[in-house]
Design a protein around this ligand. Structure first.
Ligand SMILES: [Zn+2]
Length: 133
């Protein structure tokens, strides 16, 4: 069966030749293919890195706020650092920002389910989440 390239006029009966054409001419690197130029970080890796960075950031912010009810300055700084961090991740790799956002959402809802309305306070007190006391 003849395969036809959707990007140009190239067509061939040979599966291997077609794959080679897509890879070399259009830089269409197949998933899991060890050869060929790496066009940036894979989305899945960026997603995990973004999530890990968000977890680290959240941990640091929680440490800052652990001593007691965080003041307005800490809350404002926490929001600015987080939004800035997400924007930076988004510029580096879209999926890194999605990973960070996903982790924050997952963390929030896990704490909400696990600890009730005051659950998220553990990790989100630096953002001004209301104290249970
Ligand atoms: Zn082509």
């Amino acid at each position: 069966m003849t395969k036809r390239c959707s990007f140009c006029e190239f067509q061939t009966d040979d599966e291997t030749a077609f794959a080679e054409h897509m890879r070399t001419v259009h830089k269409w690197d197949q998933l899991g293919s060890p050869s060929g130029p790496k066009a940036g970080t894979p989305s899945a890796v960026a997603f995990v890195i973004g999530a890990a960075l968000a977890l680290a950031l959240n941990f640091v912010l929680a440490l800052f706020a652990i001593s007691g009810r965080p003041g307005l300055v800490i809350i404002v700084v926490a929001w600015l650092v987080t939004i800035g961090g997400f924007a930076l991740l988004y510029r580096l790799h879209h999926w890194a920002a999605f990973g960070a956002l996903g982790l924050y959402a997952a963390l929030f809802f896990l704490l909400l389910i696990g600890g009730g309305a005051t659950g998220p306070y553990t990790c989100f007190s630096a953002y001004g989440y209301p104290s249970p006391r």
